[in-house]
Write a protein that binds this ligand. Sequence first.
Ligand SMILES: Nc1ncnc2c1ncn2[C@@H]1O[C@H](COP(=O)(O)OP(=O)(O)OP(=O)(O)O)[C@@H](O)[C@H]1O
Ligand SMILES: [Mg+2]
Length: 408
Amino acid sequence: MTSKIEEILLRKKTQTQLLKNPRVLSEAYLPDKLLFREKEIEEIIDHAGDFMFGSIPKNLVIHGPPGTGKTAAMMMIKRVYNNVATKNNVDTRAIYISAKELTYHKVLYTLAINLNLNVNKGMSIGGIYDAILKHLKREGMRYLLIVDELDKIRRNTKMGDSPIDSLVYSLSRINERVQRIAVDLFLVTNNARLVERLSAPSLSSLTPIFIYFRSYNADELYEILKNRADLAFEEGAVDDAALKLLAALIKRESRDLRWGFLVLRTAASTAENGKITEGSIWRAAEIVERNVLKQVISGLDADGLILLLALAVLSEKRNHLIDSSTLYVKYKYLCDTLEWPPRTMKHVINYIGAKLESEGLVTRRPVSKGRYGRTQIFHLEENAFTVKNIVREVLAERFNLRPSLSSL
Ligand SMILES: Nc1ncnc2c1ncn2[C@@H]1O[C@H](COP(=O)(O)OP(=O)(O)OP(=O)(O)O)[C@@H](O)[C@H]1O
Ligand SMILES: [Mg+2]
């Protein structure tokens, strides 16, 4: 027993010795330099310079897949912009707002707070917008407004209209409303089509220039990972082959650098003899994947969990596509075992099935059964054994159902 405890403690010692600077692998870390992004950053800075020194507002839409350095680039640009403005006594300032999970109201509110306005959350959208306009009319300061994660803005279910459209419309009309050049907009999104789909009035007052952040190829990913690993780990702790493998996995599994950094961090605990090898990367990737999957599964309600368990159990045994009747029979059987009241077949197959599909856990496809009508074929998108075990864990944690579950 003592030796086991000692071993666990010592493992921590090796981990911390290996990973001397875990911060550089965290989300919050901003690198000094972004590799392979010089051209894009120069182009953005060029437009920012036009606004700073020439009062020429050029609205930009910066777009590209996840993890391609958009946020990091904007943070960097904001910092440099504000430093240069201060040093050269130019009355301009860059403001960064992430719209992620914020409503249209909350984005405007956050902007008002950034402008040091006396607003409160109880004020209406119109009230906050007017306060912003009034302020910008009065003072001479110009603002480079960076709105990140525009596509992740929260939809207000009560309002039928698109919050992105409303936001873009109101922000892009500020200059016209205050009758001076007061703002320049840099909008950041994964999806540029979102901007193309804006209503005609929003699009015409925005008239954006598009800047694309393409994804990195495997060699570039390797360079970025290597750069970061050199800062994070003890010298010589990470095998080159391990980093090459990680870069290849990011490409093959359509993951991004954020996932890569997480795997690297986790690899500190799967290292062998103080070294991160290809084996450590495989094991770390498995741990990270399992945690992500567990997070998604933990978000399901009881019926979703039971349906997923039914599909996992069936898939594990037969390993082929499962039709809705077979799936429903299994779901009902599990409900009986767990003493949980089952939902109707229509509800389970259509609504709960759709929920699992929207989470990316299953796919469904309608097939014809000739004169017997139509049915749906379900396919589990993740490893059945892993899903089964995770669902069991989640059910056990949530409903204290351990005894009855072990028999499944
Ligand atoms: N060229 C690069 N050089 C060094 N690090 C990079 C580079 N590109 C991205 N990163 C790092 O990868 C991580 C993800 O980048 P970032 O958050 O900027 O992506 P993003 O394009 O904003 O993604 P999303 O669309 O999901 O918001 C960050 O930790 C960032 O520092
Ligand atoms: Mg981002």
